[in-house]
Design a protein around this ligand. Structure first.
Ligand SMILES: [Zn+2]
Length: 97
């Protein structure tokens, strides 16, 4: 579980702007979807994320220990994307037939 004060990495899948930045959890709200307030610098400005957009240091360590990661579906190299599926396989674009 993510706690106030924890360092977190923003999942590059969810935010290009904050991709791979390390921030610190400042507040956790209970009643909204984007409920975790994270600050990135001394201004303490808060940006809100949902829990699945954040990678804890434990998760980061786990991904780093895995070494190269390949998409479980198509085999594409997706090392460093913190996912077991590439973007194409995770979010397929359905074509009308
Ligand atoms: Zn794939």
């Amino acid at each position: 579980m993510i706690k106030v004060g924890d360092p977190v990495l923003i999942n590059p899948r969810h935010s290009l702007k904050f991709s791979r930045k390390i921030g610190f959890v400042e507040v956790i709200l209970l009643d909204t979807l984007l409920n975790i307030g994270v600050s990135f610098d001394d201004t303490r400005q808060l940006y809100y994320f949902s829990a699945d957009e954040l990678i804890t240091m434990e998760e980061l360590d786990m991904w780093n220990r895995l070494g190269p990661v390949y998409c479980r579906y198509c085999g594409k190299d997706i090392t460093g994307q913190f996912s077991f599926l590439c973007e194409d396989c995770e979010y397929p674009i359905y074509k009308e037939e």
